[in-house]
Design a protein around this ligand. Structure first.
Ligand code: ADP
Length: 248
């Protein structure tokens, strides 16, 4: 990646789609589904933290904050994400010109959005939104059973994360231009949410890959028409004519 005075040039910034939403809104699920499509990279700061050696200094910091449902300090988080991206680019797994990175769980406050501004070019913010916060809480409790996440098992920790989301994370929506924000109802089925996201993301990715950007789902190409049959001559008329002539 080209660097000048420590900031990345406009063209070298990672083209990014922010997956935005409360804990349990499905950012991770949708990020993983989308990342199955070549040209999309899913990055989750929660996953990056969980992959750390728990006995490392940063691993311990993560544990300390996450078990209380609090945010890890900003500089640790953003440095971790930037370092992860540097490695991904270095290994050739991300094409700067055409690939899109999906940011799941970051930025989580306005300061993080500022710290990321030199590294990402935010092309869209997909906000997995709902009024039904209880559905989110139920999802997190189910995830606790499935994945054994300590921060999902305790309802008071979940409620605290919801509060942190409301207080610290939602103001981010004022940091970015309004026309970049697209809302999707988070309590639809998994495939329902994905369908809505695909509609938003497809024109962006198609344009990057040089496909014509379809406004509507493109119709299937019409089946090749069979050559028109030669009209069958109707001798009846001639016969009728001849008969007419004879009659004269
Ligand atoms: P959820 O979205 O359900 O809260 P995550 O896996 O995204 O789950 O995050 C788990 C925990 O990891 C958070 O509660 C927080 O402690 C830490 N974390 C993840 N992302 C960030 C971030 N961007 N800034 C600070 N802390 C973070």
């Amino acid at each position: 990646m080209t660097q000048c005075c420590g900031c990345q040039s406009q063209s070298a910034r990672y083209k990014a789609i922010l997956l935005f939403g409360a804990p349990g809104s499905g950012k991770g699920t949708q990020g993983k589904i989308l990342a199955a499509i070549p040209g999309f990279l899913h990055t989750s700061t929660g996953d990056l933290f969980r992959a750390l050696d728990p006995s490392s200094d940063l691993g311990k910091v993560f544990r300390e904050y996450s078990t209380r449902g609090e945010l890890v300090p900003d500089s640790f988080t953003i440095d971790l994400w930037k370092e992860h991206m540097r490695k991904v680019v270095e290994s050739g797994r991300f094409e700067l010109a055409t690939d899109l990175v999906l940011l799941d769980g970051v930025p989580r406050n306005v300061n993080q959005a500022r710290l990321l501004a030199d590294a990402i070019d935010v092309v869209k913010i997909i906000c997995l939104d709902t009024d039904k916060l209880d559905v989110m809480v139920e999802r997190l409790k189910k995830r606790a059973q499935k994945e054994g996440r300590a921060d999902d098992a305790d309802e008071s920790v979940i409620r605290n994360r919801m509060d942190v989301y409301r207080t610290n994370t939602t103001p981010i929506l004022d940091f970015y231009p309004k026309d970049k924000i697209a809302k999707v109802e988070a309590t639809l089925s998994m495939i329902g949410v994905f369908t809505e996201i695909a509609k938003i993301v497809r024109p962006i990715k198609d344009a990057l890959d040089g496909y014509p950007v379809a406004q509507e789902p493109s119709p299937r190409p019409a089946a090749k028409k069979a050559p028109a049959k030669k009209p069958v001559k109707k001798p009846a008329k001639k016969v009728a004519k001849r008969a007419k002539g004879r009659g004269r």
